[in-house]
Design a protein around this ligand. Structure first.
Ligand code: NDP
Length: 453
């Protein structure tokens, strides 16, 4: 046993930190976790979990409309109560916080409340008490970042948007990433007037171009007001709302403005600067394959290291890190290729592998199979929502290198397709897979006609 108080001291009880702590403790390591805010981190408290619950809530808007064609009559127009959703969400998160606490406790991990500061390669200070550890893990995640403009203080971020006092009747989100498109859809469903303001010509930069265009059409058809190639110049408080002036000269009056303009590492006060720990150009912490920083006893994982900012990535990194530092044999390096992801805009996007544009750069020749159709449900619902599915194939090897979908439950569906893409299966393998009828998913195994080279 070492002279240190702990074998591993984790800073941050988010997805990655908790998983690393529990997994390390299971190997017999003495582990502590310090957390100054909430158990479960961004995902549980102000990210994935509440977002998905609010997305479900917003979907009911369409569901009530869709039901009519199937014979359902509502006695009166449905009414949405923000406080019920918000407070039920808060109770559910409290339940999850408690589960996280119990998981740590049952694993024998000591939980210390407070903001930790790293003093040197093996010591941490919290509220005047110093602890020592063989290894220190920085798993502090990210924090919303908002650009500077007059009235910036009138915006909320994803940290506050779930807990607004009352539901905004008119909502605006700034940004063109995951959070912006998801919240534009959520508030479109909940309150009916939702604006998205994005500085570029089309949101979701980096996603497949056709997916982005299709999503634009679908979101616009559902009523989201999209303002591209413009930015917020200023926000002013006016009688009954906020006046948002855009750089294109337009102005919009709304009740709430969400800034979804990206996140930065949550490193303030953690003490990395004093130790001279090397950072990447974007301010994230530089780590090697073993998740070691430039001070090898100090490790880092998850959003703070600048990889894909996704909970399952942080979880996978945590398992790898523990195998490297507390396991019997080092694992193969973490493989970041073919990580499936979903954007919970309405309709959802599900995607794995590379975009058509990226495939054209990486391969000499590709084949694209795509289809867009009206899902069966909407033959009776009267909704004009459509679904897009798309496979990108390397022509030489026949391997499917990208699969994309925009449509209901795309996230649920793409997870299975991700196994096939990760396994390197070919288009012929997709073609010989017998479909499940009647589903939308069967289109992924029945797209026989080449759309383009
Ligand atoms: P993103 O990094 O995805 O998007 C930030 C957006 O803000 C971009 O569109 C960017 O524009 C824009 N932006 C940046 N700076 C400015 C500026 N100065 N003025 C105007 N616009 C600006 O961040 P998000 O905040 O949406 O989300 C953070 C991360 O959280 C995501 O990257 C994702 O990994 C994760 N997340 C995942 C979810 C999921 O899995 N479903 C859901 C929500 C979040 P540009 O494109 O031009 O750079």
């Amino acid at each position: 046993m070492s002279d240190f108080d702990y074998d591993l001291f984790v800073i941050g009880a988010g997805s990655g930190g908790v998983r690393a702590a529990r997994t390390a403790a299971a190997t017999g390591a003495r582990v502590a976790v310090a957390e100054d805010r909430y158990l479960g981190g961004t995902c549980v408290n102000v990210g994935c979990v509440p977002k998905k619950l609010y997305s479900y809530a917003a979907h009911f808007h369409d569901a009530f409309q869709d039901a009519r064609g199937f014979g359902w009559q509502l006695p009166q127009a449905p009414r949405f109560d923000w406080a019920t959703l918000r407070d039920n969400k808060t109770s559910e998160i409290k339940r999850l916080n408690e589960i996280y606490g119990r998981l740590l406790d049952n694993a024998g991990v000591e939980l210390i409340n407070g903001r930790a500061r790293i003093v040197d390669a093996h010591r941490i200070e919290i509220g005047g008490t110093t602890y020592s550890a063989d290894k220190i893990l920085v798993a502090v995640g990210g924090w919303p970042w908002v650009p500077d403009f007059p009235g910036r203080e009138l915006t909320v971020t994803s940290n506050e948007v779930f807990d607004l006092e009352s539901m905004p009747k008119r909502f605006l989100v700034l940004g063109g990433g995951y959070i912006a498109v998801e919240f534009a859809s959520i508030f479109n469903g909940l309150c009916g007037e939702s604006h998205l303001v994005y500085r570029g010509e089309l949101f979701l930069r980096g996603f497949d171009r056709e997916v982005r265009e299709f999503t634009r059409e679908q979101m616009a058809a559902k009523g989201v007001k999209l303002h591209f190639e413009t930015n917020i110049e200023s926000i002013e408080k006016v009688e009954g709302g906020l006046l948002v002036s855009l750089t294109n000269g337009e102005s919009l009056e709304v009740d709430a403005v969400l800034a979804a303009t990206g996140r930065k590492p949550n490193l303030e006060g953690v003490g990395l600067d004093e130790l001279g720990i090397e950072l990447n150009p974007d301010g994230t912490v530089k780590v090697n394959d073993r998740f070691e920083t430039s001070v090898p006893s100090i490790l880092a994982l998850g959003d703070v290291t600048g990889g894909p900012e996704l909970t399952p990535v942080a979880l996978a990194e945590a398992m790898h890190l523990v195998q490297h530092h507390f396991g019997d044999a080092p694992p193969a390096p973490m493989d970041y290729r073919n990580i499936a992801t979903a954007v919970f805009c309405h309709p959802n996007i599900g995607t794995v592998g590379i975009s058509e544009e990226q495939a054209r750069k990486e391969y000499d020749a590709i084949r694209v199979y795509r289809t867009d159709f009206r899902p069966m449900k909407h033959t009776l619902s009267g909704s004009d929502e459509r679904c897009l599915m798309k496979l990108i194939v390397d022509d030489a090897s026949d391997v499917v290198v990208g699969a994309h979908m925009v449509g209901e439950e795309a996230g649920e569906l793409i997870q299975g397709i991700a196994i096939a893409v990760r396994a390197g299966l070919t288009k012929a393998d997709f073609d010989t897979t017998v479909g499940i009828h009647p589903t939308a998913a069967e289109e992924f195994v029945t797209m026989r006609t080449l759309s383009r080279h």
